[in-house]
Design a protein around this ligand. Structure first.
Ligand code: G3P
Length: 217
């Protein structure tokens, strides 16, 4: 399973990348607004840190304008992935950008049929938002399962990028279902490493080791 970081925080991205946990980055207009940074500048800086795809989202709502924005964003770096909303205009722009060889991420997906359309339009990634479905008492994980089944039924190569991940259990469940990628905030990625028994066990090992009076170096 590939790990993308859902953030525009350069320090956090770099730290996780140094550990070896970053296969890509996703951003959206809300994340860029929160960063308080210039959009193109921050995407360029992220692209210098991370080798994998870095999603940058268009903000136009008409296909022709999305296409123009996508072409502009592609100039920033080779690993920019153009993120487009799951609307008919977004799908049209996705088809065109994909034909031009761009990496594309179709976002704001809330149904299996939407995911089917994105695959037919050549999307590199489909982003189902599981947390936001859970927020309205629907089952985000069921959506990931449905998309997995449909894509496997027909051999679609679009990668399932589980997004709007809010907890470590979301990560585990998406991995069990077979999502190709998950994108999560840095905090959730760090939480994956923690377990109270790990902390307790390590404290006991270190205490016993101290008692031996030895040192490795
Ligand atoms: O990048 C899109 C997505 O991951 C947003 O998550 O928590 O705002 O629903 P959230």
């Amino acid at each position: 399973m590939k790990f993308f970081v859902d953030s525009a925080d350069l320090d956090q991205i770099a730290e996780l990348n140094d550990i070896g946990l970053v296969d890509g980055v996703t951003t959206n207009p809300s994340i860029i607004a929160k960063s308080g940074r210039d959009f193109k500048e921050v995407i360029a800086e992220i692209c210098k840190i991370v080798d994998g795809p870095v999603s940058a989202e268009v903000t136009a709502t008409e296909a022709d304008k999305m296409l123009a924005e996508g072409r502009e964003l592609r100039k920033i770096a080779e690993n920019v992935c153009i993120k487009l909303p799951l609307t008919m205009d977004g799908l049209k722009a996705c088809s065109n950008l994909s034909k031009e060889g761009a990496s594309t991420n179709v976002t704001l997906c809330f149904s299996a049929n939407q995911a089917l359309l994105a695959a037919k339009c050549g999307a590199s990634f489909i982003s189902p938002f599981i947390g936001r479905l859970d927020d309205i008492s629907l089952d985000g994980l069921e959506l990931i399962e449905d998309i997995r089944t449909i894509y496997d039924n027909y051999g679609f190569e679009t990668e399932i990028l589980a997004a709007s991940i809010r907890s470590v259990n979301h990560v585990k469940d998406c991995a069990l279902i077979g999502a190709d990628v998950m994108t999560a905030p840095p905090k959730v990625i760090r939480q994956l490493a923690t377990h109270p028994l790990t902390d307790k066990g390590l404290a006991a090992f270190l205490k016993d080791w101290e008692g031996t009076g030895q040192s490795i170096i």
